[in-house]
Each structure stands twice: as C-alpha cells, then as structure tokens.
Design a protein around this ligand. Structure first.
Ligand SMILES: NC(=O)c1ccc[n+]([C@@H]2O[C@H](COP(=O)([O-])OP(=O)(O)OC[C@H]3O[C@@H](n4cnc5c(N)ncnc54)[C@H](OP(=O)(O)O)[C@@H]3O)[C@@H](O)[C@H]2O)c1
Length: 298
C-alpha cells in the first residue's frame, strides 16, 4: 500500500517534472565492505560536465541535473581538483538544491608533495562546502606514497570517512594492483565498461578479495559507446530487465558485476541524468544476458 509519505514525495517529484521513482520504488544498493554503509549503485561524475562558469547560462541546466540525480535516488558524487571549476560548481549545486547532507561527496588529491596536497585538499573542502569529506582518493596514483599517510591521519581525525586511489587506463593497472595489495584501502576507482573490460582480470577480483569498495568511471567511455549504437533499435531483451535506453543497458551491465559498488556517469543534461538514474532500479542482467548486451553494443 502506498504510504502518505510516498504520495507526498511522488507529488514533489511530479512538480519538479521528474519521475518519482525513488519515492515509489527502492533503488538498488551496495554495501561498502569497510563500513557496511549501503549506497545507491548509480552515482554522478563531474569531469567536464560541471566545469562551467557559475555565472554563465551553462550553470542553470546543471541544477536540473542535480535535481534528477537526487529524485532518482542518487547519493554519491565524484569530483577532483583536476576538473577545473567542477568542485566549486558541485558545491554550489548542492547548496542550491539543499542537498549537502544527503550526498556522499568524493573528491581527489592530484598534486605532488605533502604541503601542496594538504593545501589542495583544504581547498576542495571549501569548494565542495563540506567540513568532513566522505571519500578522498589519490587521483591516478599521483604521489600516492606521500598522500596516503596524510589520508590515514585525516581519517583517524575524522576529517574524511574513507580513503582510496583511482585510475582510468589499463597501462597503470600493474602499479595500481601493487598498491591495492600493499595498502589498506576503503575504495578504488577504475574504468570499466562494455568497451573497457581489462579490470575483470586482476583489479575486480583483487577488490573482492581485499574487501575494497569499487567506483566505476568512464561507463560510456565518455560518449563513445553511444556512437556505437547510434540509430539502432533497442533489442527485445531490454524489456526483461526494465531498460528503456541503451544507456540504461550499459549501466546495468556494469552494476551486474557483483564487485561493483557504484558507477558514476557524468552528464550536463537533466534528461540524460534522469535516464541514467533509472538504471539503478529493477532487474539486473544475468551472465548470459550480459554477454548478449556486450555483443549487441559491440
Ligand atoms: N582517473 C580518474 O579518477 C577518473 C578518470 C575518468 C573519469 N573519472 C570520473 O568518472 C566520471 C565519469 O567518466 P567520464 O565523465 O569520463 O565519462 P562517461 O560518464 O563515460 O561519459 C560522459 C559522456 O556521456 C554522455 N552521456 C551521459 N549520459 C548519457 C545518456 N543517458 N545518453 C546519452 N549520452 C549520455 C555525456 O554527455 P551529456 O552531457 O550530453 O549527457 C558525456 O559526454 C567522471 O565525470 C569523473 O568523475 C575519474
């Protein structure tokens, strides 16, 4: 039976012009092994899409992106000082949509040296408008030997909740795996998609064995995967797992991997964000269907 709270939330969603999916259905959640905290499987990336001048016309559509993200049950947002103005824009959007408390905010340190790293991370706190960062990651392993001890100190002091490392290219995987084996990490972030499956060989099994949560970047290989399916009708199997678009099928293909905690597609368009969020609900493909989806996307 629909509760009064669900009806109110559904009405709020309709007023925003969004599907009140998260108000009427439960998003798929995955647990962070370190803490047991459950997070929705669809998150939000901010590279390029959120690198805009907040005073420009490009900012306003991003308010819609953020609203769709939360209306669709999202929580985890990933940024980096590498992404130009994206951290500041993310902070401004969280303030504008009054969602600071609802978000799981992740960013990165991307510089050389202890003092420079601390200065950069303090700047990230200010830009994102948080007093405690949920997840701090060493971006692409940059000077990780220097930064990881600082992240441990900050975690012990309660300034960050989780620490981790990121990569997005296979040539770095051997070094990445070595850090995963040697260090105690809460999260790794890596590229994994129908078009980039290298992580299946070593990194994903290692994350499972070491109890490390996995964020997935580049789920659409930027937008290359959409170019592969352009103009092609969605096959009949899509209905079986509740997919209305190729994008949802690509995201569900990723989320169906049991070691994946959360995938972080980026979009500057509210309609695309809404589309992506729907991949976080309903059925997931089994192995046989995953193979068909991968073959059909090509
Ligand atoms: N080493 C690292 O730490 C690292 C590296 C890479 C990425 N990342 C993180 O991972 C996030 C995601 O990766 P990414 O941004 O490189 O690429 P991505 O998410 O694979 O692709 C983003 C592109 O896909 C398009 N798109 C999104 N949803 C769509 C939809 N439903 N239909 C059609 N087009 C859609 C977007 O265009 P529209 O704006 O037009 O929707 C955008 O051009 C980044 O934003 C960043 O937070 C981290």
């Amino acid at each position: 039976m629909t509760t009064r709270r669900e009806l109110i939330l559904a009405a709020a969603g309709t007023a925003l012009g969004v599907p009140a999916l998260a108000a009427t259905a439960a998003p798929i959640l995955r647990k962070v092994p370190y803490s047991g905290e459950a997070v929705p499987v669809i998150g939000l990336g901010t590279s390029r899409t959120f690198d805009v001048d907040p005073a420009s016309p490009a900012f306003q559509p991003l308010v819609g992106v953020m609203e769709e993200f939360f209306a669709g049950g999202g929580r985890l947002i990933d940024s980096s000082p590498m992404y130009g103005r994206a951290e500041g824009v993310t902070g401004a959007l969280l303030g504008k949509t009054r969602r600071q408390g609802a978000a799981v905010v992740a960013t990165k340190v991307w510089t050389d040296g202890r003092d420079a790293g601390i200065e950069q991370m303090n700047m990230s706190f200010a830009r994102l408008g948080v007093t405690r960062m949920d997840l701090m990651q060493v971006h692409n392993l940059k000077d990780w030997r220097t930064h990881l001890p600082v992240l441990r100190e900050w975690k012990a002091a309660g300034k960050i909740r989780y620490l981790g490392i990121t990569t997005s290219f296979a040539p770095q995987y051997a070094d990445f795996a070595a850090v995963m084996r040697a260090e105690q990490l809460d999260f790794v972030q890596l590229n994994y998609s129908i078009g980039e499956r290298e992580a299946e060989k070593v990194l994903l099994p290692l994350a499972r064995d070491r109890g490390i949560a996995v964020l997935v970047n580049r789920p659409f290989m930027r937008a290359e995967l959409f170019r592969r399916v352009a103009g092609r009708t969605l096959p009949g199997w899509a209905r079986d797992i509740g997919c209305e678009s190729w994008g949802q099928a690509m995201l569900k293909w990723i989320v169906a991997h049991p070691v994946v905690t959360c995938v972080i597609p980026a979009s500057a368009k509210a309609a695309n964000m809404r589309d992506n969020m729907r991949a976080g609900f309903g059925e997931l493909p089994d192995e046989a269907l995953r193979a068909r989806i991968a073959a059909d996307v090509g």
